[in-house]
Design a protein around this ligand. Structure first.
Ligand SMILES: Cc1cc2nc3c(=O)[nH]c(=O)nc-3n(C[C@H](O)[C@H](O)[C@H](O)COP(=O)(O)OP(=O)(O)OC[C@H]3O[C@@H](n4cnc5c(N)ncnc54)[C@H](O)[C@@H]3O)c2cc1C
Length: 143
């Protein structure tokens, strides 16, 4: 990882270390009977984009609203497509960022800032990272 830094630090002593692996999984159904899954128990993906925790909080808020409105049966249909699209996007981004091909990484690090500097693309990327590319939460909608 240090080879991505602009300088090469010298590590003198390692006090603690652990292995970091990226999981990429999504349950088929968020519900079985009266058991509902939310958060990382339902979907887990690369931290690229920083969507995981927010996705889980949205799951829980959606489920609370569905239970309150006696429509909990809609939970999987509402949340599964959103998690699937986040997994798809984080998967692509992670593959590009962690590619073993120095040429590809170099292209990504030069081209992506140029593309995201374009207002049309930049605003789409911002929407995706901030989670604004998903349907507006129904419990926040006005009557
Ligand atoms: C490096 C990294 C960076 C991240 N950055 C971001 C970010 O910038 N933005 C963002 O939105 N998300 C980010 N995430 C994702 C976010 O951390 C997770 O999506 C979120 O913490 C998941 O919350 P959770 O409550 O669903 O699961 P967890 O945080 O895993 O909580 C589950 C809890 O259940 C406990 N538990 C497990 N089994 C049992 C059991 N049998 N009995 C009792 N308790 C049990 C565990 O100990 C744990 O405390 C990042 C993740 C990583 C790894």
């Amino acid at each position: 990882m240090f080879n991505r830094l602009p300088f090469q630090p010298k590590v003198k002593k390692v006090k603690w270390q652990s292995e970091f692996r990226i999981s990429d999984r999504l349950v088929e159904s968020y519900q079985r009977g009266n058991i509902f899954l939310a958060g990382d128990a339902a979907h887990i993906h690369s931290p690229v984009g920083g969507r995981g925790m927010n996705l889980g909080i949205e799951d829980a808020a959606t489920l609370a609203w569905l239970i309150a409105t006696r429509t909990a049966g809609r939970y999987t249909a509402m949340r599964h497509p959103i998690a699937r699209s986040v997994l798809r996007m984080t998967g692509v981004q992670t593959s590009l960022l962690t590619s073993k091909s120095a040429a590809l990484r170099s292209i990504v690090s030069r081209i992506v800032p140029l593309l995201t500097g374009l207002p049309v693309i930049g605003s789409k990327v911002l929407e995706q990272f901030s989670g604004l590319n998903v349907p507006f939460p129904p419990w926040l909608e006005k009557d």
